[in-house]
Design a protein around this ligand. Structure first.
Ligand code: ZN
Length: 220
């Protein structure tokens, strides 16, 4: 297994782009794997490809559009309106059940074929939505399962697990890519890159984090 190489589960959004540059700092070689899962905004894949090109990392796209057909969610179903807020006692309809389970499992098989055992994902337990597959316990459990499933020693790195959006901006700044993340990533649920539409839940969270970070920075 090649300990010098990391595979990043990469969407072209703020979090995974920050992780991509985090990986570039910690590993000699970085590969980015993007999943096409039937998301409404297929532009995501183009954004991811462009950022990977700028970062100078290997890039590949895996078609997993079956995920959108398995369950009902507002990221893949054009007829569904996205929840603006987390409903009481549940997850918002932007939750794609099993997404990180599938992504990381497929990434591990992909990595194994290429002799890579370091996987990087931008999941965060502090994420506002409370998606169950963003939690640390799930990632640790899956890491054990993947090792048992393939008799390998994968290491899943989660640089953003315990930090909030403001701290994620701080990390991007520390890595020297604040402007790139701000201008070129796509986080917006309405498919608008950079600062986005400004009013969807993802834009709101992103903007509030950026404002908090910039005001902290200006006070220093
Ligand atoms: Zn938006």
């Amino acid at each position: 297994m090649n300990k010098d190489t990391a595979l990043v589960v990469f969407s072209g959004g703020q979090d995974s782009t920050t992780c991509l540059f985090w990986a570039k700092k910690h590993f000699r070689r970085v590969c980015a794997l993007t999943f096409a899962y039937g998301q409404k905004h297929v532009k995501e894949v183009d954004v991811a490809r462009a950022i990977a090109g700028k970062a100078g990392v290997d890039f590949d796209v895996m078609d997993v559009s079956f995920i959108g057909r398995l369950g009902h969610n507002s990221l893949t179903d054009p007829s569904m309106k996205m929840d603006a807020e987390k409903p009481e006692g549940g997850v918002p309809n932007t939750f794609v059940p099993g997404r990180n389970l599938f992504f990381l499992s497929i990434a591990a098989v992909y990595a194994r074929e290429r002799g890579i055992n370091h996987l990087v994902t931008g999941v965060s337990q502090t994420d506002f939505s409370g998606y169950p597959d963003c939690r640390d316990a799930f990632i640790k459990s899956l890491n054990v399962t993947l090792n048992l499933a393939m008799d390998e020693q994968f290491v899943i790195h989660t640089p953003l697990m315990w930090i909030d959006k403001a701290e994620t901006w701080a990390l991007a700044d520390e890595l020297g890519v604040l402007d790139l993340v701000r201008r070129e990533t796509l986080t917006c649920y309405n498919g608008i890159p950079g600062d986005g539409c400004g009013h969807c839940p993802a834009c709101k969270l992103r903007r509030e984090g950026l404002e908090k970070y910039l005001s902290m920075k200006n006070e220093q």
